[in-house]
Design a binder for this molecule. Structure first.
Ligand SMILES: Nc1ncnc2c1ncn2[C@@H]1O[C@H](COP(=O)(O)OP(=O)(O)OP(=O)(O)O)[C@@H](O)[C@H]1O
Length: 989
């Protein structure tokens, strides 16, 4: 069931009844025409947008029902089946009952109302006869009177006598594509069907968007005495029927309807004509686009002098209760399911009118899912009807109370993800149309209930390279004076009275975007305490940053925002670059911070205001405690501060490690490490906070395979190939020869440290400080202390482990050549570091890692993804795909797959094969498992977690015999296995 049907089905009972009653008043053939029209419209829409078949079952029911009773009608009404049949059947039964009732009452009413309707109709006809084009009686004795045929030639004439060429060219001049108008018409039709109150207007609006001439007629329809004198909801059935008929007439149907004595349209002909129109329009549009930079929108005259509103009852429409927003120039009202933007009557200056015109002309050109759509407008009434967006603007963020913290705060990475929508819209504006928004700010971005962002307010938008922009520069800059100065780049702020066309560049929007991003990530109004004059005085980037601090934000975001804020507009990034940077940020930033934690840690205000109440704000205390509790590891850690300071983006590692990490925290990595403290010291808080984070996103970090291979290569190169191994070594990357390291001490230390690590984990308190001290000589970017190690990236860490395995083998052999290195995937969980993850560690040889290899064509099931979300995030390394792979939670193909009966059938193994001596051997392997085993994993881990949390000793082997986890294996055993030829977990199936 698609959304259109759903909408119909969820109509309020009264509305639905009205709709049914309305449709029932049409004759069979009228209905046929109506539904065919809807059908074709919807199908067109579907090919454009939905890409899935539309089920007209619900609508066709009406026809079918009548057909059944009507001997003249063809009985084989083919009703599409779909999988929502059950739902529909229920609805249908209900509707059936209603319809029967309506049928009864209709019969009795018919005789009474028919005459009334005709009278009413005649009154309207009289009243509007000069405006409606051509207005023949369209509803008489349940019969439609079809306008006279116009020969379908090209240019095709509509029955108003206005050639389609003309109407379409005027349409084209407004850049309305066929698809747009079709979309609009369809959505409007839906709107008209959905809202009894909006039927008349919406349909008339539809007509207006399709054809200006027919707009006149249809829009006038809405000005029926009833609608003007009574409340909007009181629109009569007649009006609705008229609307539908107008729809039919204003669309292609009229062409063939009028040509045929039969009431049924010649759809082939219509199709041809539509195609013809489409072609014509496409050509015109192409031409327009190619000339878009040269066309001055301001030279085009808005020719819609139609009035859209009823002459009476304006007070009702422009009632404060209907007001949904207000800007400097306009008030916005909810009206008939649309957003009615009305120029404030008090403002009459020509610049304001220009802005109004400018907005219309630009809006008419736009067709993007993240930009508000225009429905129609009236220059006389100075109103624009816009798509209604049910949601708040982004500037609501700073208005949230700071204390106490709301239970649910947006996850910062979610915000960044959402911002991609704005970036998409900006790329469309900048790169496809050469339009600069010029007023990008949170209040001009609305977020609807479907979490879609929509850009609004194009009043001062400009065309690049458009000479006429000059004319409005002053006016536009004045607008900046009024409220947008916080988002305006310095070049504009400081040149407010200087109408210099060179200032109009895409980088204006980029600057505003940077400020907006800061605002939404900081939950504060930019330059909160500064006046406009003070903002104008900001001359350097450093100065700006002192007012809008960045260093608490993830590094990638800091960099991006700084770039957007560049004083020199020419070095600000394009939105295309911004898009890729944002993607990178999402990919590379570790999801250890849920929304609440982020907000707490990133904002000084929040930290201060909650330090007394919120345990999570005890970060500093925690740090101090940790410092006080420093043990011998300090020696090591101090030597590695630099490395640690580079670890801002590696929260995952930090999180998985122990509290000792925090000893290394000097000035710079407060936030990440603060959160680590939280994880380790406030487990219960962490759990609670996680629950709070209702908007949490699952972030998957991915590592490009090539990058990893390069890394691998570099690391393997530290081993000098021996002469013995050079024979067996292949030239490719995965065939590096490994020799026993020259720097004996280094690897011995490393080895020893690893041993120590394991020994420690086995509760052998064997702190070997000498080893640690020796380790300080390690120049390999690896930080090792007794209990944990930090790396600059996670794959360094993985690789380190691989190296270790190789080294262990190498100790016994003269040389080892890696001959195969298959891809693998690792799950890694910072989010569960305090409990589940620690448990996993116990069962892994590698602290913090349990490894899997994914099949190339693996399709993740939804349950799999859910489970992953519990685990944390996924690092996915795919040798076949050199691009980073980012798996979203709601992968479209993951919804219908159940975990038990299909893919992902198996996780295959992550394997390293090596040539040891003369033998190819599998030296390292992760355990394969199936999708269901992951859930089993979670289940199995639970007792262990409990055990662990409750201070139980836990069992390393006995409780978990899952076959998909690494078992905790003492290093000596591993060694033994290597000695025996391969390193394999014996439990592996
Ligand atoms: N299509 C819409 N759907 C819902 N609400 C809307 C819509 N358009 C505007 N609004 C609301 O009205 C407010 C003002 O709209 P808009 O910014 O277009 O007016 P304006 O007078 O042009 O403002 P400005 O003074 O910023 O130029 C918006 O912040 C929003 O809350």
């Amino acid at each position: 069931m698609n959304s259109f049907e759903k909408k119909i089905l969820i109509l309020k009972k009264d509305d639905k009844d009205s709709f049914i009653a309305l449709v029932k008043q049409l004759s069979i053939k009228e209905k046929q025409i109506l539904f065919d029209t809807i059908d074709s419209r919807i199908r067109k829409l579907q090919t454009i947008y939905l890409n899935k078949p539309f089920n007209l079952k619900f609508l066709q029911t009406f026809i079918k029902e009548d057909s059944d009773n009507d001997e003249d009608e063809d009985e084989d009404e083919d009703v599409e089946e779909d999988k929502d049949e059950d739902d529909f059947e229920k609805e249908e039964n209900n509707e059936g009952d209603k319809k029967k009732e309506i049928e009864k009452s209709r019969d009795s009413e018919k005789s009474n109302t028919a005459g009334k309707l005709i009278k009413e109709k005649e009154i309207k006809e009289e009243r509007y006869e000069t405006k409606i084009i051509p207005k023949k009686p369209i509803y008489k004795d349940q019969q439609i009177t079809i306008p006279q045929q116009q020969k379908p030639t090209s240019p095709i004439k509509d029955n108003s006598g206005v050639s389609f060429n003309t109407s379409f060219s005027s349409l084209s001049s407004l850049s309305m594509s066929t698809s747009t108008s079709s979309l609009l018409s369809t959505s409007l039709l839906s709107a008209s069907l959905l809202s009894t109150s909006s039927c008349g207007l919406s349909t008339s609006s539809l007509s207006s968007s399709i054809n200006n001439s027919s707009l006149s007629s249809s829009s006038q329809l809405s000005q029926s005495p009833s609608s003007s004198s009574s409340s909007p909801s009181s629109s009569s059935p007649l009006k609705r029927i008229q609307s539908i008929q107008n729809l039919i007439r204003s669309n292609s149907l009229r062409l063939s309807l009028s040509s045929s004595s039969s009431l049924l349209p010649n759809f082939n002909l219509i199709q041809q004509q539509q195609q013809h129109h489409q072609q014509q329009q496409q050509q015109q549009q192409q031409q327009l686009q190619s000339n878009s930079n040269n066309i001055s929108p301001r030279t085009q005259l808005l020719n819609n002098t139609t009035t859209l509103l009823p002459s009476n009852g304006l007070e009702e429409i422009f009632n404060e209760n209907n007001k949904i927003g207000e800007g400097g120039q306009c008030s916005i009202y909810k009206y008939m399911g649309t957003a009615l933007k009305r120029l404030k009557p008090s403002l009459s200056s020509s610049s304001v009118s220009k802005e109004f015109e400018n907005e219309v002309l630009i809006l008419e050109r736009l067709n993007h899912p993240n930009i508000v759509k225009i429905i129609t407008y009236s220059t006389i009434e100075r109103i624009i009807l816009l798509e209604f967006i049910d949601g708040n603007s982004l500037d609501k963020y700073p208005n949230q109370p700071l204390s106490p913290l709301p239970p649910s705060l947006p996850n910062p990475l979610k915000i960044i993800q959402d911002f991609q929508q704005i970036v998409d819209a900006m790329i469309y504006l900048h790169n496809e149309l050469g339009i600069i928004h010029f007023d990008l700010k949170p209040s001009n971005i609305l977020k609807n209930s479907k979490n879609q962002f929509k850009l609004i307010d194009f009043g001062i938008s400009k065309f690049l390279n458009n000479q006429n922009n000059n004319n409005n520069n002053n006016q536009n800059n004045n607008n900046l004076n009024m409220g947008s100065y916080r988002y305006s780049p310095p070049e504009l702020l400081c040149n407010i009275n200087n109408s210099n066309n060179s200032l109009i560049s895409k980088s204006v929007d980029v600057f505003s975007f940077g400020i907006m991003l800061w605002e939404c990530l900081n939950w504060r109004l930019p330059y909160e305490l500064l006046s406009k004059e003070q903002v104008k005085q900001i001359k350097t980037e450093m100065e700006r940053e002192s007012h809008l601090p960045l260093d608490h934000l993830p590094k990638g975001i800091q960099d991006l925002i700084r770039l957007c804020w560049k004083q020199d507009p020419s070095i600000r990034p394009s939105f295309i670059e911004i898009r890729s940077r944002l993607s990178e940020i999402i990919l590379n930033n570790i999801p250890s911070l849920n929304g609440r934690q982020f907000w707490i840690s990133c904002s000084k205000y929040l930290q201060n205001s909650h330090s007394s109440n919120d345990n999570n704000n005890n970060n500093n205390n925690n740090n101090n405690n940790n410092n006080n509790n420093n043990n011998n590891n300090n020696n090591n850690n101090n030597n590695n501060n630099n490395n640690n300071n580079n670890n801002n983006n590696n929260n995952n590692n930090n999180n998985n490690n122990n509290n000792n990490n925090n000893n290394n925290n000097n000035n710079n990595n407060n936030n990440n490490n603060n959160n680590n403290n939280n994880n380790n010291n406030n487990n219960s808080n962490h759990e609670n906070n996680s629950k709070d984070d209702t908007t949490s996103v699952i972030i998957y970090e991915s590592i490009p395979w090539l990058k990893f291979k390069t890394f691998l290569s570099n690391h393997l190169n530290i081993y000098r190939p021996s002469s013995a191994s050079s024979n067996t070594s292949n030239s490719n990357l995965t065939s590096k020869s490994i020799q026993k390291p020259q720097q004996q001490n280094k690897y011995n230390n490393y080895y020893n440290n690893y041993n120590n690590y394991n020994n420690n984990n086995n509760n052998n308190n064997n702190n070997n400080n000498n080893n640690n001290n020796n380790n300080n000589n390690n120049n390999n970017n690896i930080i090792i202390n007794n209990r944990n190690r930090n790396y600059n990236s996670y794959y360094e860490y993985i690789f380190d482990y691989i190296k270790y395995i190789l080294m262990v083998i190498d100790e016994r052999r003269d040389s080892v050549s890696v001959i195969e290195f298959s891809r693998f995937c690792t799950f890694f969980s910072p989010l569960i570091s305090s409990s589940l993850f620690r448990s996993i560690q116990i069962f892994c040889d590698i602290p913090g890692l349990y490894g899997y290899c994914l099949k190339k064509d693996l399709v993740l099931s939804s349950s799999m993804i859910t489970l992953m979300s519990k685990i944390g995030y996924l690092i996915f390394i795919d040798p076949n795909n050199t691009n980073q792979l980012f798996l979203k939670t709601k992968a479209p193909n993951c919804n219908s797959i159940s975990p038990n009966n299909n893919t992902p059938s198996n996780f295959i193994d992550f394997t390293i094969r090596a040539k040891i001596g003369n033998h190819n051997q599998r030296i390292f392997q992760c355990h394969g498992h199936t999708c269901s085993s992951l859930s089993a994993l979670i289940k199995e881990l639970q007792p262990l977690i409990d055990n662990n949390i409750n201070g139980g000793s836990g069992s390393k082997k006995s409780t978990l015999n899952s076959g998909f986890l690494y078992q905790k294996t003492p290093i000596s055993e591993i060694k033994d296995r290597h000695i025996n030829g391969s390193y394999l977990n014996q439990n592996y199936k």
